[in-house]
Ligand binder design. Structure first.
Ligand code: FAD
Ligand code: NAD
Length: 487
């Protein structure tokens, strides 16, 4: 069977060389999960992948970035030990730092490679897939007709037009930065999203002279002005920030074998300035890899940012087509656990008649940026709550005087909890906070299970912990409510 709703059929059809029940395009986290789940139901399956058969997460994403951050945090702790009366001489061996990042990264990569190696060779095709006007998949010299197609082609770094040429060898992206053999002397990081923030702070902590540029005044996508401002205050203790700036031109030349990159920009006061240094890490966002895949031949419509329309956010299914677009490829929530869950759900639903069986329940939004303080958002954002005219209160805590945070000298940050004033339930939260990853998970569990603030406050909070800061914010929210049982 070919995919239905085929709108762009050509007369010059290529002969089908293989027919399968399920074809998966892309073997990253989402695609591998889909393959594993679907393989439990059918043998009539093929997975096609271009490039490395591991995952973005293990190879150039979550894992190498956290390995670099781990080294940076050790350096930071040693360099700032003076505050405790502990004096340490810190010497950073850039080659050894990068060697550990690469060795541990390779260890993680080998896990996913081993799993893929165990799959039957005749179910794996290495090559770049393209969907033709008949809705069939062309790869190498094969033309595959599939009853169900799962697209899990991920995303790639977006580089502003012309920058690759003008920055030449000084250009780095998250695809190349972890291959460095040594630390650069100086680095401009462009983009203060998750990638830019994590890597800018990590390199700064490792002794690299870092300037972080962003075209808006927001960091880590924070939508709460107060928390955003607090995050900027904390981060600027360690980083040179050029927020709300406009980059006009980038260039690079080489003198005596040393790279010299320049960035001409207009700062937030409107003053023309120039940055000069060794390397430029471009972290200006990622784009899903479906532009040239030919998904429109399957009846899928895309908006102006390549986002598929009619996406079922639980399964990645597109409308009533037998087409699923999952993971970063659908540009919905480009984070790891979402790619993983969507892969799992799509893998089941292509094979079972009962589409609801074994599907993961929709999880509430959760994102964490691993800078310090950690920037995390859970549930609804403030603009979303306001757009729905919900009656809300904000429970706030500032970590500057929070007991355990002061003890540990990590007392910079703020937590805002948005709670419904009528139901006592948590709607969402936003923070730049020490131990933000744990606070965010507790709040995510509370929202998922519709726990009231009262119930949460009846749970024990051990003393002295940073989580007592969470209790302070919950109490602050409670104080503002007029629900009788709360008084
Ligand atoms: C630096 C960095 C740090 C990150 N840190 C975190 C983090 O801390 N936490 C978190 O939750 N998320 C993080 N992410 C995001 C996370 O890594 C991604 O959301 C996730 O890896 C996406 O998985 P995927 O399966 O959708 O895509 P991928 O793993 O990218 O897999 C897509 C596969 O499809 C292949 N492909 C593409 N086009 C074709 C084609 N035409 N034919 C055949 N194959 C094709 C690709 O080569 C690739 O192998 C990070 C990302 C980056 C870049
Ligand atoms: N810890 C995590 O969960 C984690 C870590 C890294 C990446 N990721 C995932 O990877 C995705 C991509 O991350 P990202 O940080 O590249 O993208 P992003 O979209 O989050 O941030 C890009 C930033 O670059 C800025 N920008 C864009 N063009 C610019 C220009 N010309 N000049 C100056 N600034 C410019 C934008 O204003 C924005 O702040 C994220 O959406 C996230 O889901 C997650």
């Amino acid at each position: 069977m070919t995919i239905n709703n085929n709108t762009n059929r050509s007369d010059t059809s290529r002969t089908v060389t293989r027919s399968v029940a399920v074809a998966i395009i892309g073997a990253g986290t989402a695609g591998q999960n889909a393959f594993r789940q679907a393989s439990k139901q059918t043998d009539d399956i093929v997975i096609i992948n271009d490039g490395f058969w591991t995952t973005t997460c293990a190879t150039v994403g979550c894992m190498p970035s956290k390995l670099l951050i781990a080294a940076a945090d050790r350096a930071h702790e040693a360099k700032t030990a003076d505050i405790f009366g502990v004096h340490a001489e810190v010497e950073i061996d850039g080659k050894a730092v990068m060697a550990r990042v690469q060795a541990e990264r390779d260890h993680f990569v080998s896990f996913s490679q081993k799993q893929v190696n165990d799959w039957d060779d005749d179910k794996k095709i290495a090559g770049q897939a393209c969907i033709n006007a008949d809705g069939n998949i062309e790869v190498n010299d094969e033309c595959i007709e599939a009853q169900h197609i799962i697209i899990a082609t991920g995303s790639s770094p977006f580089i502003p037009e012309g920058w690759a040429e003008t920055l030449g060898d000084s250009l780095l992206t998250s695809d190349t930065v972890f291959e460095l053999q040594d630390l650069p002397a100086s680095l401009a990081v462009v983009g203060a999203g998750a990638i830019g923030l994590e890597l800018a702070q990590a390199f700064a902590r490792l002794g690299v002279e870092v300037t972080l540029f962003n075209r808006v005044g927001r960091v880590g996508g924070l939508k709460d002005k107060d928390v955003n401002q607090q995050a900027i205050t904390c981060l600027s203790n360690e980083l040179t920030l050029e927020l709300d700036s406009k980059i006009n031109e980038v260039a690079c030349d080489s003198q005596d074998g040393t790279l010299r990159a320049t960035i001409d920009y207009c700062d937030h006061h409107g003053e023309q300035k120039q940055w000069q240094g060794e390397r430029v890490l471009v972290a200006t966002g990622r784009r899903n890899n479906i532009e040239r895949l030919g998904v429109t031949h399957l009846g899928v419509s895309l908006d102006d940012k390549n986002r598929p329309q009619d996406l079922d956010k639980n399964t990645g299914r597109i409308g009533d087509l037998n087409v699923y677009i999952i993971g970063d490829a659908n540009a919905h929530l480009p984070i790891l656990h979402v790619a993983s869950d969507e892969g799992f759900s799509a893998g089941h639903s292509v094979c079972l008649n009962d589409e609801q069986s074994h599907l993961r329940p929709p999880s509430i939004p959760l994102s964490i940026v691993f800078c310090e303080p950690q920037i995390a958002t859970v549930g609804m954002s403030l603009p979303e709550i306001e757009a729905q005219n919900l009656e809300y209160v904000i429970g706030k805590v500032n970590f500057s005087n929070q007991g355990r945070s002061r003890i540990m000298a990590v007392n910079c940050g703020k937590l805002h909890i948005y709670a419904c004033a009528k139901t006592d339930k948590i709607l969402g939260a936003c923070m730049a906070a020490p131990d933000g990853e744990y606070i965010a998970h507790i709040l995510a569990i509370a929202i998922t299970n519709e726990m009231s603030i009262k119930t949460l406050l009846e749970s024990p909070f051990y003393h002295p912990t940073i989580l007592e800061g969470l209790r302070s914010a919950l109490r602050h929210a409670q104080e503002q409510m007029s629900i009788p049982h709360q008084s």
